[in-house]
Design a protein. Structure first.
Length: 303
């Protein structure tokens, strides 16, 4: 099973980010994320028309207010959008836009296949027929919070956060379906979610343990348990009491403890061997879990 690919890149987006006047400060291009694309940038005023791409786009305004004019199906709509306002564009839709002031933004694309995967668990009907609704200036505090969490991962340049990002994108997809889509009937949340079978659980944990030194995505772990990512996440949480990305951090910390006590490897090498982005990343999460740094832990165990 392949764990690492080229990922979702800027060349699969509408082209706003490829404009010469757009100054990208952070992006997911080099992180290998498959389920989404994200970038933070400053956009200069412009007017342009863009052909459709398959995947939905959310633009979160990080400052403002600024006036934005959008053209869909030859109908123009204008809004003065404050910080926290969003521009939501469904996939497979051409659009025109005029930005009338400089603006800091977060662009977020979610794979349509992920949207459909999540929709299959939520709606009564064929998830391939689900359509998002265009929005201009919408305020949605839940999506804003989730998008800012994605931005935080970008800012940290955390190459080990793929599983966490896959979790966030599915939470965003669920909110889009519930509040910003054509879905008219939702399945009621089940009070009790099924647990993973013993064999499914063992396969998932074995997969994580065997790949601690690599970037692991949610689809790969769910595949080891023969489940969709959405089903796996719910059943894993019911079984273990935490999300898959939280449990993976737990496994990595435990592996780091073993290497700290049983080897003389430098801490920086232990960080990479356990799948952390760097030594600082290991130290931060280790201290959060153990109330001491890796170096202090090693010294205490040697005495």
């Amino acid at each position: 099973m392949t764990l690492e690919t080229n990922g979702f890149t800027v060349h699969e987006t509408h082209g706003i980010l490829l404009r010469q006047s757009t100054e990208i400060s952070k992006s997911s291009d080099s992180l290998g994320w498959m389920s989404l694309y994200a970038s933070v940038q400053r956009e200069a005023p412009y007017e342009d028309y863009f052909e459709a791409v398959a995947d939905p786009l959310i633009i979160l305004h990080l400052n403002g207010p600024v006036k934005v004019c959008r053209r869909l199906h030859n109908i123009e709509t204008s809004r003065v959008i404050p910080p926290g306002g969003m521009f939501i564009l469904p996939g497979s839709m051409d659009f025109g836009v005029r930005l009338e002031g400089g603006l800091q933004t977060l662009h977020f694309y979610v794979r349509r296949t992920v949207l459909q995967e999540v929709a299959a668990d939520m709606i009564d009907g064929d998830p391939t027929h689900l359509e998002l609704l265009p929005r201009l200036g919408t305020i949605d505090p839940l999506i804003e919070h989730l998008l800012l969490s994605v931005r935080d991962v970008l800012e940290e340049e955390d190459t080990a956060a793929t599983l966490y990002v896959d979790y966030l994108v599915r939470a965003i997809a669920a909110r889009l379906i519930r509040a910003h889509s054509s879905a008219t009937r939702m399945d009621s949340p089940k009070q009790v979610c099924a647990k993973l079978g013993h064999r499914q659980f063992d396969r998932a944990i074995d997969f994580m343990q065997s790949n601690l030194d690599r970037s692991i995505n949610l689809a790969a772990i769910a595949g080891a348990a023969s489940l969709s990512p959405s089903h796996f996440t719910r059943q894993f949480r019911t079984t273990v009491g935490m999300a898959p990305h939280q449990y993976l951090v737990h496994l990595r910390i435990e592996h780091a403890k073993r290497l700290l006590t049983q080897t003389n490897l430098p801490i920086v090498e232990i960080a990479f061997a356990c799948g952390f982005a760097n030594q600082e990343h290991l130290s931060r999460l280790f201290k959060r879990s153990c109330n001491m740094t890796p170096g202090t832990y090693r010294t205490a165990r040697q005495n």
